[in-house]
Design a protein around this ligand. Structure first.
Ligand SMILES: NC(=O)c1ccc[n+]([C@@H]2O[C@H](COP(=O)([O-])OP(=O)(O)OC[C@H]3O[C@@H](n4cnc5c(N)ncnc54)[C@H](OP(=O)(O)O)[C@@H]3O)[C@@H](O)[C@H]2O)c1
Length: 252
């Protein structure tokens, strides 16, 4: 297998860290970005091959150019595998969703991936090979209550993926999304804490509530999401897709 230059956003923990480990285990060079340098360093230290830590707040308009440029300079060529994973959630009834919440969701979950894709895609097309995988959500495909801003951002992300895939089809570059349900990560731990506080249930009961919302009756493991990302990286024929990794929640 050819070793590729990879960039994983949100690689300090959760799904991004799992993806970084799997890419490195396949022999690829992996650059990691997020805001917390300490978390990135810890993940990088455990990788078997070349790793590069590039801390950045991806909501900063200059971050995409700075991060992709840093990888290009360090490794002497374009980013070939771009995993757009950094993201966050928020929850509120629509009528109490503030402008700040709305802007925060769109800035991080949609505009930041757009800027990174815009910056990295030309190098992939010029090189005749590239893989882009965005970590969207079941919220890219269905609407649940109290998550309007998050859902709008993830629907937008899937739209970005589909349009980009169509635009570069035939160039050797594929663009896909994976759409997880509830995954066992720090983000879900925060959701569990919120439910627990709001309902008076114990954290174990709150976690069980989320697990039971998925037909398989458990949370998805981060490595299971990484499996789907690696499937997209390994295939030249899968493009423009949103692959559900949600224990059967969304059947489309
Ligand atoms: N967990 C789930 O159940 C679930 C379900 C569906 C989809 N997803 C999606 O999967 C992705 C990863 O989720 P996760 O559960 O692994 O979350 P997580 O454990 O909270 O990790 C999120 C990562 O994104 C980074 N990040 C957050 N804000 C950032 C910013 N402004 N700039 C740069 N990096 C930033 C975080 O690092 P810093 O905080 O250090 O910046 C962290 O490395 C997200 O896009 C999420 O929407 C998760």
């Amino acid at each position: 297998m050819v070793a590729r230059r990879c960039l994983v956003t949100g690689a300090g923990r959760g799904i991004g860290a799992a993806v970084a480990r799997r890419l490195a285990a396949q022999g690829h060079a992996v650059a990691l970005t997020a805001r917390s340098a300490g978390e990135l360093d810890a993940v990088a230290a455990g990788l078997p091959g070349p790793a590069l830590v590039v801390p950045a707040d991806l909501t900063d308009p200059i971050a995409a150019d700075a991060v992709v440029g840093a990888v290009e300079r360090a490794w002497g060529g374009p980013v070939e595998v771009l995993v757009l994973n950094a993201g966050a959630g928020t929850s509120a009834p629509l009528a109490r969703t503030t402008d700040e919440d709305w802007a925060r969701m769109l800035d991080l979950n949609l505009t930041a991936p757009f800027r990174l894709l815009r910056r990295a895609l030309p190098g992939m097309v010029e090189g005749g090979w590239g893989r882009v995988v965005a970590v969207a959500s079941t919220a890219a495909k269905r609407g649940d209550p109290y998550v309007a801003a998050y859902t709008a951002s993830k629907h937008g992300l899937l739209g970005l993926v589909r349009s980009a895939a169509a635009e570069v089809a035939g160039s050797g570059v594929t663009v896909n999304a994976v759409c997880p349900g509830y995954v066992d990560t720090p983000m879900t731990a925060a959701t569990v804490a919120t439910i627990s506080t709001a309902t008076g249930r114990t954290p174990e009961q709150a976690r069980e509530t989320l697990a039971r919302r998925q037909p398989i009756g458990r949370l998805v493991d981060p490595d299971e999401v990484a499996d789907a990302v690696l499937l997209c990286v390994g295939s030249a024929a899968i493009t423009g897709q949103g692959i559900n990794v949600d224990g059967g929640t969304v059947q489309s």
